[in-house]
Design a protein around this ligand. Structure first.
Ligand SMILES: *[C@@H]1O[C@H](CO)[C@@H](O)[C@H](O)[C@H]1NC(C)=O
Ligand SMILES: *[C@@H]1O[C@H](CO)[C@@H](O)[C@H](O)[C@H]1NC(C)=O
Ligand SMILES: *[C@@H]1O[C@H](CO)[C@@H](O)[C@H](O)[C@H]1NC(C)=O
Ligand SMILES: *[C@@H]1O[C@H](CO)[C@@H](O)[C@H](O)[C@H]1NC(C)=O
Ligand SMILES: *[C@@H]1O[C@H](CO)[C@@H](O)[C@H](O)[C@H]1NC(C)=O
Ligand SMILES: *[C@@H]1O[C@H](CO)[C@@H](O)[C@H](O)[C@H]1NC(C)=O
Ligand SMILES: CC(=O)N[C@H]1CO[C@H](CO)[C@@H](O)[C@@H]1O
Length: 816
């Protein structure tokens, strides 16, 4: 404590008197004397107890056991001044013992003690009354009692006592009290600030410390700060900061300054008096790290307001900050990173920081042992790289992205969140994105995706959405098992998390394997649910759902059993039947390579031959390729590999043929041609649909009476085709006998090819149908209303019949 050493409680007995009358008596007898009716005896008994208690804790405890406490608590209110005083001396000393304290709490003594804090009382009474309260005031209940019994006003008065012990004890009580909200707010209103400021000039270091700590607590309140300013609090603090003899107090004084700097008024005040320049000088003079870090805290506080940031920037605060980053103390660096983050709301400051070469030091901090430093450094980087290309490249050049990827494994959620935000900022640049990915960012993001911390989730999902612009990244995410946790986040009820997750799902769905896997985890169902909630639905949830499905109609049909009229079937479409839940929908290539099995065939659509895009006529004119047999419109397609017998030879084809190709479907090409030629010219829409229906029906075995359906040998036919082509995949055009599901698919396929419009809906038990939308009225009547009419196309029983939805006929067509 340097030269100023607090005067420890010297012999408190300021007036001597003869202890003889109780000398030689046992403590038990003395305690009994406390009930004496004679004041002289009481005075002496109290004094003897004080003396005895002062000798040690054992004595205090034994006095407690002898029942000294109760009478003493009464004697402190005795009408005789000397009795009161001596009783307080005894009680004050005893109360420093924790057993006594515990016993004392059970006696309702606090009101009587507070009562004796009035200025009429003797200084000695003040000293021991406050000593007693100081002991008690560490306890929460006692604090409340002191407050409720209006203890603060007399205690604040006693801060100006001439006796340093009274000052110190009162200050201790007040410090304990202001740990709680209500007292913290009360002190300034009770005139506590001026005496506290006076105590900053005390000759006793302990008192100065306590006064600063108390100020530090109470200046968290805005009104208190206003009073503090009005009472020249700043000038007092600056005097301390300017005084080299007070270095021990600087760190605490700076804490108070930091609190006050939350108000722009304080900042103006401190700046007007040249305080800012002084702070900057202060921070650069090599001092204790605690002082440096507290000064930077002041700067960070100042930087909370945009005007202040401008001023700080004009004063080249960035230069100071960059220098501080090289101080070899983690506390200093941490505080500096916080200040940098705060300053980076100022755009010019962000640039200065880069121009001054600040990035390498921040990046270096990422590999520090200190958790808080890493957190602060990632925070600074996240702010500095926000919307700032040059800073992004500066971090990249300093190798920051590699360390940031490592931070994604950090145990501190805020660090992870900040690192993810920074990487997200950086990944917009392709070069950087590739480099980030090369350090395993995708793998590192998988764990954070399972976090329960909202901020982590917000930032990692966004980061993922940016990184997943890269095809390889998406593949990597799948391999790393990231799609499942990502899809799980679709359950989130946090707006931003959900929003970003949808964004990421949307990007990831651009690869079919990913889309398929995400569907497997229930992404579609969840998105459908989200789409039903007004609160949860967003532009991105719809986008995500659409891209999941529309990137792949085969998948959509398989999973949802429904294609809208806007879903246009194209070549490569295939119908695997209804996908079992959790079952992966295999690719057409995979399916066609499977050995022939007993399951229903996969029906594939392919209207083109390999080399040229269309012109089926030309092909048809080549007799070796087409063999249109008459029976049931049955047509034989040309095999892709030209000739069955030369399968082996066909395998090592030219290198340009690496890609697996679908079997050509000449009959389908012919059907498309026929539809175009015979149906499009019809000028009534009803008639067009009916004609198309008849064409489809004719192709697949003609009308079948509902009663004879079970005799219609479509299953045998399909088995034969599978056997004939040694494939589970059957091109739709070669099917000569098909029922609802095959016909509806062909109908949809032809309609889409020639620009007519219909849906395709799968029902149970091989049912499927097409729904069309036509305006009311039929060819025979001229009554056309503007009311559109939903119709089911009969392709089976009375082909060409258009059945109004929900009618008995339609329902019968749709169900068994
Ligand atoms: C009061 O200040 C002390 C440091 O002097 C600090 O440890 C304590 O947490 C503060 N209390 C409150 C409630 O702010
Ligand atoms: C100062 O403001 C910051 C944020 O602006 C806040 O976190 C802090 O608690 C405030 N401090 C005081 C002492 O009011
Ligand atoms: C850094 O400074 C803090 C005070 O701000 C101090 O507590 C700590 O011991 C210092 N660390 C080192 C390594 O010097
Ligand atoms: C990332 O998380 C931090 C909290 O750690 C938050 O302050 C910040 O706004 C987040 N960034 C983005 C881009 O959402
Ligand atoms: C989402 O819901 C809206 C309103 O219910 C609906 O119009 C839209 O078609 C739905 N989107 C998808 C993709 O299902
Ligand atoms: C649809 O998804 C399946 C299953 O992954 C895939 O095999 C097929 O190539 C995709 N087809 C289209 C047209 O997107
Ligand atoms: C744009 C940006 O990232 N702002 C952050 C900068 O740092 C502060 C904390 O100092 C955050 O609260 C901001 O969100």
């Amino acid at each position: 404590m340097g030269k100023k050493v607090k005067k420890e409680s010297e012999t408190p007995c300021k007036e001597t008197f003869d202890p003889l009358p109780v000398e030689g008596k046992t403590p038990a007898t003395v305690v009994l004397l406390l009930s004496s009716p004679e004041e002289d005896i009481l005075i002496k008994a109290c004094e003897a107890i004080h003396t005895f208690a002062e000798k040690g804790d054992e004595n205090k405890v034994s006095l407690l056991g002898l029942g000294a406490l109760q009478p003493l608590c009464q004697l402190i209110t005795h009408s005789n001044k000397l009795v009161r005083r001596n009783a307080f001396m005894a009680l004050g000393i005893m109360a420093t013992n924790s057993d006594v304290k515990t016993a004392l709490k059970k006696i309702d003594v606090i009101p009587s003690i507070i009562d004796k804090l009035s200025l009429e009382e003797d200084t000695v009474v003040h000293e021991f009354a406050t000593l007693c309260l100081a002991s008690l005031s560490v306890d929460f209940i006692c604090k409340v009692q002191i407050f409720d019994n209006k203890g603060l006003p007399p205690l604040i008065q006693l801060l100006s006592s001439l006796d340093p012990d009274v000052q110190k004890h009162s200050l201790e009580i007040i410090f304990n009290l202001v740990q709680d909200y209500q007292s913290r707010l009360a002190v300034h209103g009770l005139g506590g600030i001026p005496p506290l400021l006076d105590l900053l000039k005390s000759d006793f270091l302990a008192i100065q410390h306590l006064a600063l700590k108390t100020l530090q607590n109470i200046t968290t309140d805005k009104d208190t700060r206003n009073t503090f300013r009005e009472e020249q609090g700043f000038e007092n603090l600056m005097d301390i900061l300017d005084n080299k003899d007070f270095t021990d107090l600087h760190a605490e004084a700076l804490q108070v300054v930091a609190n006050c700097l939350n108000d722009s008024e304080s900042f103006q005040l401190i700046n007007k008096g040249g305080g800012l320049t002084r702070l900057m000088e202060f921070v650069l003079t090599p001092t204790a790290p605690e002082i440096q870090s507290n000064t930077v805290k002041c700067i960070a506080r100042v930087a909370q307001s945009s005007e202040n940031r401008k001023l700080l920037h004009e004063q080249d605060v960035e230069k100071v900050l960059v220098e501080l980053l090289s101080v070899a103390n983690d506390s200093v660096k941490t505080a500096t990173c916080h200040a940098v983050a705060a300053m980076s709301f100022n755009l010019a400051s962000k640039d200065s920081f880069r121009d001054l070469g600040g990035f390498p030091a921040v990046v270096q901090s990422l590999s520090s042992e200190s958790l808080t430093l890493r957190e602060a450094a990632t925070q600074a980087l996240s702010n500095l790289t926000h919307n700032n290309q040059l800073n992004i490249f500066a971090v990249y050049e300093a190798g920051g992205h590699e360390f940031l990827v490592q931070q994604l494994h950090d145990s501190c959620p805020r660090t992870v969140a900040n690192a993810a935000a920074t990487l997200g900022n950086m990944a917009g640049q392709e070069v950087i994105r590739c480099s980030i990915l090369s350090y395993g960012a995708i793998q590192a993001l998988v764990e954070p995706l399972k976090s329960t911390d909202t901020q982590v989730l917000v930032n990692t999902t966004l980061c993922l959405a940016v990184l997943a612009c890269d095809t390889d990244a998406r593949a990597e995410l799948q391999i790393a098992g990231g799609l499942h946790p990502l899809v799980n986040l679709l359950r989130s009820h946090h707006k931003e998390v959900l929003y970003n997750t949808c964004l990421a799902v949307n990007v990831c769905a651009s690869d079919e394997p990913n889309a398929v896997e995400m569907c497997k985890y229930g992404a579609l169902e969840m998105l459908q649910e989200i789409n039903q909630s007004v609160n949860r639905r967003s532009r991105f949830s719809e986008l995500a759902m659409i891209s999941l499905l529309n990137s792949n109609l085969s998948l959509k049909y398989s999973l949802t059993g429904c294609l809208a009229s806007s879903d246009i079937i194209t070549d490569g479409f295939y119908d695997t039947g209804k996908a079992g839940s959790g079952q992966r929908v295999l690719t057409l290539e995979e399916l066609s390579k499977q050995p022939v099995n007993q399951h229903r065939p996969i029906i594939a659509v392919n209207t083109v031959s390999d080399e040229t895009g269309d012109a089926p006529e030309e092909r048809q004119s080549n007799p070796s390729e087409t063999d249109t047999s008459s029976k049931g419109g049955r047509r034989t397609p040309r095999r892709r590999k030209e000739d069955d017998k030369q399968k082996d030879e066909a395998q090592p084809e030219s290198p340009t043929e690496k890609l697996w190709k679908m079997m050509d479907d000449i009959p389908l090409q012919n059907l498309v041609k026929e539809a175009k030629e015979s149906i499009l010219p019809l000028n009534d829409e009803w008639e067009q649909y009916a004609a198309l229906a008849r064409l489809v029906s004719r192709t697949m075995g003609g009308a079948v009476e509902i009663e004879k359906l079970h005799k219609f040998p479509w299953e045998l036919h399909l088995s034969e085709l599978k056997f004939e082509f040694q494939s589970n995949v059957i091109p739709i055009g070669i099917i000569g006998k098909g029922i609802y599901c095959h016909r509806a698919l062909l109908f949809k396929c032809l309609a889409d090819c020639i620009g007519m419009s219909c849906t395709l809906v799968r029902g149970e038990y091989n049912r499927a149908w097409n729904e069309i939308l036509l305006f009311k009225g039929n060819p025979s009547s001229n009554e056309h209303s503007s009311q559109p009419c939903r119709l089911i196309v009969d392709l089976m029983h009375q082909p060409g019949n258009l059945l109004k939805t929900k009618t008995a006929a339609a329902v019968q067509y749709q169900t068994i």
